[in-house]
Each structure stands twice: as structure tokens, then as C-alpha cells.
Ligand binder design. Structure first.
Ligand code: CTP
Length: 403
């Protein structure tokens, strides 16, 4: 419930602005009050009248409006909220925020607020991938701004890629996680999630990696947080945004991931979705390896620690330990063997053969393998796999007494 929570919703200019109306409707249905700032560009996509209709309040738009300032100054506007939500957050708004610009009501309120800010970016995929936006996003994340989305998909401009505004339900879940941490079936539980690939250096400029995007692991962290858990996400290098309301520890190599996991323990639940490199280069070169007369270099590998197997044997083993199995053939049989070998409780097995589109894609079709059963889940978006898995986890934990 978001009963009596006050949201300041800043609506930027973009084709996705209409979804902010749906968000306002959902928020009010949950009991929150919504006050909106509509930017000049936003007015090109939704009308102040429509926004006022859905928020049930006056819409603010002009920094230099004497009536607005007399009723509620811009400083007051940004502070009389529990959370500031920017949806859609355009490249322009993001750039202003990252640089502390304040030349209209929205950017002024964002600079003046002392509350947490959640942004839901939406823009053309090239704008999202542009170095300037990458830099600005890194600045905002470093400043503690929470981010939800963007999603991948086809765009109004006819291109395809990340840049679509997160769905209103996802934005709502992120708001929930920020405002109501600790509510839900995993309330009071610590969930530790690993996600993404690892990068194993060959020399200072080269590394060995794999195609994992981190989407599934991040979705699980987000779903666990939405279910009320305190979540630590240990992530290898990924291109996607941090889930809101989750403590993220960034690592590069398998050994760093192992150390970060050990530091994060104890946890009630471990979900190890990372695609950890099994081997690292034994002695990475201190300087860039140059082409020389010696021909192609031969790399000598050393085996990386198996994080899942080692945590399964640890005195701090989480009560429920879930591994993933990425397989290209005999998916279930290999997963069953892996469950035994690694000593975890469940394995989420997925087919990552080239035709499956799972690696890097938005969908997953998985089998949940436990000690005495195999359940085949239908193909569904990774977000839904995450929700379904978190529901299973909550059910399993509620079936046993708390320590
Ligand atoms: N895993 C891990 N540490 C490793 C390797 C894997 O924690 N060094 C975890 C993964 O996060 C996943 C599970 O173990 O939860 C299985 O990963 P997978 O790559 O499918 O298995 P491998 O151990 O690599 O086994 P195989 O080479 O037989 O596929």
C-alpha cells in the first residue's frame, strides 16, 4: 500500500509521456497522492488538463508563474513529497540533473529536493547509448538516484533496442521498493543474488567474458526487493541499470565475485544466476601483449573458484540455495547432476543453445529442478520468471519456521 504517500511526478517530453498518466492512475488507486510537474516539452505530448484529471490536483508547469509561486514555491513543491519520480526521464532532463542545471520548474525542483529521486528513462536507443547519456547516467547512479528501465523493444522511431519507458507496473514496483521496504512475503529476509558475466583479464586491455546480460539475475533481485527482502546483488559487468532499492556490489572477476559473496553472507536465500567464468588466465600480462615474432600467444588457464559449490559447503550456507544451469543440451539431466554436484537446493535450468535467444534476450524458458521433482515452466519474460521464482522462494521459507 502507498496510502497517504505523496509523489511528485515530473513528466518529461516524450512519446511515452502518456504512460505517466497510467502511472498516476495506478498510484492514486494505491492510496498515494500525486502532484505533477509537466515540462514544456511534456505539454507537447499530454495536456495539462489530462494530467490534472488523473492526479486530481493542479498541474505545475511554469517556474516564473506568480500564482504558482504564491500558492506553493518550487522549493516547497519538491520537499512536500515523499518521493520524486521522473517519468519519462528524457535525455535532456537526465543531462540537466547530472549537471545540476535549474532553468525550468522541473529541473529546479529536482535540484532543490531533499527526497529520493526515481527516474524512468525513455528515449531513442542511439540517444540512450550515446557516450554523453552513459556518462550522465553513471553520474546520477553515483549520486544515489534510483533508476527503473528502460526496457528493450521496438521504438516509436522505428528502431529497436533499450530506450522504451518501463511499464507503469514496473515503475510502481520500484516506487514500492523505495517507499515501503520490508513489506511483503520476504519481509525481514536477506536475499543474496549474483548476476551477469565475469571478466577475466588477459592483459590490461583484453579480457575473456561470456554473453550473459545480467537481465535474469537483476530481475530476480528486483522481484525479491519488491517482495520485501533486503537484497544484496553482486553483479559482474553489465549494461543494464541497477534495480531500485537493492544494494549493488560491482565486481569484474570470479575471484572478486567470490570475495563479495563471502562478505555479503549470512543470507537467508542465495540465488546464483551469474554466468561465472570457469577459468581465468593464470598469469595475466602486466603490459599489453604485443604482436611479435613469437606468433600468437598461448594462454594458460587456471580454474576459478566455484562460488555456488563453495557457499553450499560453507558454515554460512543460506537455508535456501538456488543455482542456475546454463545448458545447450540434455538440459534437465545436466541440471540434476549439477544439483547433486554443487550441493544446492534448487536449480533453475535454462536452454542457452544459440537458437533459444535466452542469452541477452528478454524471455526465458526454464525448468525448476529440486531434489525430487522437475517442473517445466512455460516460456515467459525474464521479469515473470523472476516473480515466479520469488513466489516459490517465499512459499518455501514460509513453510519452515524462522530461526
Ligand atoms: N557458478 C558459480 N561459480 C562458478 C561457476 C558457476 O557460482 N565458478 C554457479 C552459477 O552461478 C550457476 C551454477 O553455478 O548458478 C551453474 O553454472 P554453470 O555455468 O551452468 O555450470 P558450471 O559450473 O560451469 O558447470 P558445467 O561446466 O558443467 O556446465
Amino acid at each position: 500500500m502507498l496510502q497517504d504517500r505523496r509523489i511528485l511526478l515530473i513528466i518529461g517530453g516524450g512519446i511515452a509521456a502518456y504512460k505517466a498518466l497510467e502511472l498516476a492512475r495506478l498510484l492514486r488507486r494505491r492510496g498515494a497522492s500525486v502532484r505533477a510537474i509537466l515540462t514544456k516539452a511534456g505539454e507537447q505530448f499530454v495536456t495539462p488538463l489530462a494530467v490534472a484529471g488523473l492526479t486530481g490536483d493542479k498541474v505545475y508547469g511554469d517556474l516564473f508563474s506568480l500564482t504558482d509561486e504564491a500558492e506553493m514555491g518550487h522549493i516547497q513543491l519538491s520537499r512536500a513529497a515523499d518521493l520524486v519520480v521522473v517519468a519519462p526521464a528524457t535525455a535532456d532532463l537526465i543531462a540537466k540533473m547530472a549537471n545540476g542545471l535549474a532553468n525550468d520548474l522541473a529541473s529546479t525542483a529536482l535540484l532543490a529536493t531533499d527526497k529520493r529521486i526515481l527516474i524512468a528513462p525513455a528515449m531513442n536507443v542511439r540517444m540512450w547509448n550515446h557516450a554523453a547519456t552513459r556518462r550522465n547516467m553513471a553520474t546520477l547512479v553515483g549520486d544515489g538516484v534510483a533508476v527503473v528501465g528502460p526496457r528493450e523493444g521496438s521504438m516509436a522511431c522505428g528502431e529497436w533496442g533499450p530506450g522504451r519507458l518501463a511499464e507503469p507496473e514496473d515503475i510502481l514496483a520500484a516506487i514500492d521498493a523505495l517507499l515501503e521496504p520490508g513489506e511483503g512475503p520476504l519481509k525481514g529476509r536477506h536475499v543474496l543474488v549474483t548476476s551477469g558475466p565475469t571478466h577475466e583479464p588477459i592483459d590490461p586491455v583484453r579480457y575473456i567474458a561470456n554473453r550473459s546480460s545480467g537481465k535474469q539475475g537483476h530481475a530476480i533481485a528486483r522481484a525479491a526487493a519488491a517482495a520485501g527482502a533486503r537484497v544484496t546483488l553482486v553483479s559482474g559487468p553489465v549494461e543494464i541499470a541497477d534495480p531500485a532499492g537493492v544494494h549493488v556490489v560491482r565486481v569484474q572477476t570470479a575471484r572478486e565475485m567470490m570475495a563479495a559473496v563471502e562478505t555479503a553472507l549470512p543470507a537467508d536465500v542465495g540465488v546464483f544466476a551469474a554466468a561465472v567464468a570457469d577459468w581465468r588466465v593464470d598469469a595475466p600480462a602486466g603490459q599489453k601483449i604485443k604482436k611479435g615474432s613469437g606468433g600468437a600467444p598461448a594462454l594458460l588457464f587456471a580454474e576459478n573458484p566455484d562460488i555456488l559449490a563453495s557457499v553450499a559447503r560453507s558454515p554460512l550456507r543460506p537455508r535456501l540455495l538456488v543455482g542456475f544451469a546454463a545448458e545447450t543440451e540434455n538440459v534437465v539431466a545436466h541440471a540434476q547432476a549439477k544439483l547433486q554436484r554443487k550441493g544446492c537446493d534448487w536449480i533453475v535450468a535454462n536452454d542457452v543453445s544459440p537458437g533459444s535467444g535466452v542469452m541477452g534476450g528478454d524471455h526465458n524458458s526454464v525448468h525448476l529442478v529440486t531434489a525430487n521433482a522437475v517442473r517445466d515452466w512455460q516460456r515467459m519474460p525474464k521479469d515473470e520468471v523472476a516473480n515466479a521464482l520469488v513466489n516459490e522462494i517465499a512459499a518455501a521459507l514460509s513453510a519452515e519456521p524462522r530461526p
